[in-house]
Design a protein. Structure first.
Length: 170
């Protein structure tokens, strides 16, 4: 929910896909993030190809988006889940292939730890496929309890995170 005149809060979102034309999935999701009510897309990273974590599966296409929103964290999270569902996302095998994965990484200076939502994302500091794209658009962003995104990215080797040569999206 939002309240009239609510302040804008910075939020960071990771995007990933490795099924059903992943490049198109991520590009479409970036456009859909820009259309979330009371939210604006401030910056988006290039697209990156990364090796999958978990069971054998195709490589991922990953990106990061920096948003400003007047939505509370739970409502923004619901909007992310709705975008995933619109892309045919089903929850199955842990770390399995997916049409679209949207993770709320950071929501202002909030620390949230509920069964439904954890912010900052618990694996953020260990995921180069998240940190490399996020550092491209928000290196100075402070992650509560962890430090600046740029410092986290520098401490997490980014081998295997390769920018797409033909990322001609806006």
């Amino acid at each position: 929910m939002t309240s009239p005149g609510a302040p804008w809060t910075a939020a960071a979102v990771a995007l990933g896909s490795n099924l059903a034309d992943p490049v198109a999935q991520v590009r479409r999701a970036l456009a859909e993030l820009a259309g979330v009510p009371e939210t604006r897309l401030v910056a988006r990273s290039r697209l990156y190809r990364t090796r999958a974590v978990g069971p054998p599966q195709p490589d991922y296409i990953n990106a990061a988006a920096l948003l400003e929103t007047r939505l509370d964290a739970a409502t923004l999270f619901d909007a992310l889940l709705a975008i995933e569902a619109a892309h045919g996302r089903t929850r199955g095998e842990r770390w399995g292939p997916r049409t679209l994965d949207l993770d709320l990484l950071v929501y202002g200076d909030a620390v949230i730890d509920t069964p439904r939502l954890a912010v900052p994302h618990p694996q953020l500091a260990r995921r180069p496929f998240v940190l490399v794209p996020l550092a491209e658009v928000a290196a100075g962003l402070e992650v509560p309890g962890l430090g600046r995104v740029g410092d986290l990215a520098a401490a997490c080797p980014g081998e295997g995170v390769v920018p797409l040569e033909t990322d001609d999206a806006d």
